[in-house]
Design a protein around this ligand. Sequence first.
Ligand code: NAD
Length: 377
Amino acid sequence: MHKRIKYGMVGGGQGAFIGAVHRMAARIDDQFELVAGALSSNAERAAASAAEVGIDPSRSYASFEDMAKAEAARQDGIKAVSVVTPNYMHFPVAKAFLQAGISVICDKPLTATLNDALALGEIAKLSKAEFILTHNYSGYPMVRQAREIVQSGQIGKVRRVQVEYVQDWLSAAVDAAENKQADWRADPKRSGLGGAIADIGTHAFQLTNFISGVAVREIAADLTRFVDGRLVDDDAHMLLRFENGAKGYLWASQVAPGNENNLRIRIYGEKGGIDWSQENPNQLWVSMLGEPKHLLTRGGHGTSEVAANVTRVPAGHPEGYLEGFATIYNEAADIIRNGRNPDCLSPTIDEGILGMRFIDAAIRSSNADAKWTPIDA
Ligand SMILES: NC(=O)c1ccc[n+]([C@@H]2O[C@H](COP(=O)([O-])OP(=O)(O)OC[C@H]3O[C@@H](n4cnc5c(N)ncnc54)[C@H](O)[C@@H]3O)[C@@H](O)[C@H]2O)c1
């Protein structure tokens, strides 16, 4: 009989953004059932939020510490927890649940500091529980197919990567009292030292690694705070040097008017190139040198098995953000039930640690006037 994995959530209370996305994604393939939560740092709001999403009051907790302890002690306790708090809380929450033997599905960036990330890596190694990081863009079918095209050598040796994740929602000073999401993101104590570089730059960096399969060796970064009084970068651009000699450019900005979630990646090799945009995710342009460029569509002719495996509805019926997220949840369910299969493509804690090394290197490079800086492995 199909048994759903009972899971809990920390963060994602009333007025929060990504917690609700996780709850929807967890339900799409019907592998999870939400039964517990510490949904807010405010006890009253946590209880009210839990009632709204159908969590029994006896399993709505005023703190994540209480939740980890109580759920680990129950016969029918949760097997997994989603961590959807501001960045600085990822470390203590993930640590508490991993140490209680409960698997963690955590949003990015992994932590607020590189030291926390390294410590969490050690804790995860010692835990019998699993860790999954929701770099959700690696769940899109056409991203998986782009990865296969590039890594099978179809476009030849990779020469260039152009990647950007550009938004406009922080173009002006935002009233922190009125915007919950902007409030903690602009505070280095809660977001970490990186602003745009951490919030969306890590997605662009992870996607670069995920599709190209070639490691970035060093970067020359220039991070800027364009809005007066802002304490973290709101725009980051950098040159990339890859281990195979390829070159690249990464731009992450939250101050580019007209851009919503404009994540685009282009990879060019000796024989061809690919071009994918998150705002039109069911399409993938593939160009082979000397041939007319062709458009692959999710579920359409030419869809590969790797893309078909994470496709739910026929071609022409759009899939997007929620389904990409759901693929990570679907794979998380398999990891939690059976252990991680080496072929599983869902992001690991090591990718999270690499993302933190990337932020750290970008800040050091920018502070040294865009000096070439290795991303220490
Ligand atoms: N993968 C993606 O596409 C994506 C998109 C947005 C945000 N995120 C990540 O998700 C995380 C949350 O971002 P958001 O925009 O949803 O933030 P948010 O401010 O909307 O929500 C954060 C929630 O965490 C709760 N919280 C804070 N401290 C807590 C504590 N000690 N115990 C319990 N709950 C606590 C808050 O009350 C709130 O409900 C961040 O790490 C962010 O980087 C990822």
